[in-house]
Ligand binder design. Structure first.
Ligand code: JF5
Length: 265
C-alpha cells in the first residue's frame, strides 16, 4: 500500500480522485477519423483515467454533421490552388451540437498556426472542466472556422496529416495533470520537471550491460550524494542539450555556483 490515510482505510475507500474531482475532466473531439482515437484512448493511462471516472472522452464524427448526398466535409479552395479545404458549415454545426449541452466548453482548433503547446499551456487547459477539440486536416480549414473557437494550439513546428494526433498529444498531457490520473509519486516527479530542467539519467538492472556500467554513486546507497549527483546531471544535461530551458529554469544558489565551477574546469 503506497498511501494510507488518517483513519487507516485502504486507499480505494478514500480515493482522492473522488474527493478532489467530483466531475470528470471532459474531452470532446470533432474529427473525420474517429477510428484514429480508438486504441490511444483504450490503453494505459487514458484508459485507467476513464475507468476511474476522472476523465471522459467523447469522439464525434464530423460527417454526422455534414449535409447533402455526399456529406462532404471539404471542398476546393476559392481562388484556386491545390488540395481541399475543410468546409465551415459541418464544423460549426458540430461545434454547436457538441457544445450545446455542455456548461463551459473551451473550444480548441489544432493546427500548426496555433500557439505552441508548453507545459504552462497544458496546466492552463487542465484547469478547465471541458475541452472541445476540432481536428483540422493538413490542407487547411476555411478561415471563418477560427471565429467559432476560443483558441488555436499547435503541438510543434511540423506538418501532420491532421489535427487528430495533435489532439491526442494535448489530451495525454492535460490528463496527466488531472487529480487522480497519475499517482502521487509520479506527479511529484512531474513537478520537478516544471522547475524547467531535463531529467537526470536513469538506470535499472543489470549493473553492467554490454560493457556499460551503472554510475558507482547510484550503487552506493548514499541518498544525499545520489540526490546531489542527479541534480548536477540534470543541470549539465540541460545546459548541453537545451540551453534555452536552462536560461529560464529556477536555479538555487548552489546550482549556479556548481554550474559556474563546472565550466571553469
Ligand atoms: C493541420 C491545418 C490542421 O499539422 C498539424 C499540427 C502540427 N502541430 N500541431 C498541429 O495539424 C494538422 C494542418 C493544417 C489544420
Amino acid at each position: 500500500m503506497e498511501e494510507g490515510n488518517h483513519i487507516g482505510l485502504p486507499l480505494r475507500f478514500n480515493n482522492r480522485s473522488f474527493d478532489l474531482n467530483p466531475h470528470p475532466m471532459q474531452f470532446h473531439i470533432i474529427t473525420i477519423f474517429p477510428e484514429l482515437f480508438t486504441s490511444p484512448l483504450s490503453v494505459s493511462l487514458l484508459k485507467k483515467a476513464q475507468d476511474r471516472g476522472v476523465v471522459s472522452c467523447v469522439v464525434h464524427n464530423l460527417r454526422d454533421y455534414a449535409i447533402g448526398k455526399h456529406r462532404s466535409t471539404d471542398d476546393t479552395p476559392y481562388g484556386g490552388g491545390r488540395g481541399m479545404v475543410m468546409k465551415p458549415e459541418p464544423v460549426v454545426a458540430a461545434l454547436e451540437g457538441v457544445c450545446q449541452p455542455l456548461s463551459q466548453p473551451w473550444r480548441i482548433l489544432l493546427s500548426p498556426q496555433g500557439a505552441l503547446l508548453t507545459q504552462a499551456k497544458v496546466a492552463e487547459l487542465a484547469a478547465r472542466q471541458t475541452l472541445v477539440f476540432v481536428c483540422g486536416r493538413y490542407e487547411g480549414v476555411d478561415e471563418r472556422i477560427r471565429a467559432f473557437v476560443d483558441e488555436e494550439v499547435s503541438v510543434g513546428d511540423y506538418i501532420l496529416s491532421g489535427g487528430e494526433i495533435a489532439a491526442l498529444v494535448v489530451i495525454d498531457a492535460v490528463a496527466r495533470l488531472v487529480p487522480g490520473v497519475v499517482g502521487r509519486k509520479e506527479s511529484t516527479q512531474e513537478e520537478s520537471f516544471s522547475d524547467g530542467l531535463l531529467e537526470y539519467p536513469q538506470y535499472t538492472r543489470p549493473e553492467a550491460f554490454r560493457g556499460l556500467r551503472v554510475p558507482e554513486v547510484l550503487l552506493s546507497g548514499n541518498h544525499a550524494e545520489i540526490a546531489r549527483w542527479r541534480r548536477k546531471q540534470a543541470l549539465l544535461r540541460t545546459r548541453e542539450r537545451r540551453p534555452d530551458l536552462l536560461a529560464r529554469a529556477t536555479l538555487s544558489a548552489d546550482d549556479k555556483r556548481w554550474l559556474a565551477q563546472e565550466s571553469n574546469e
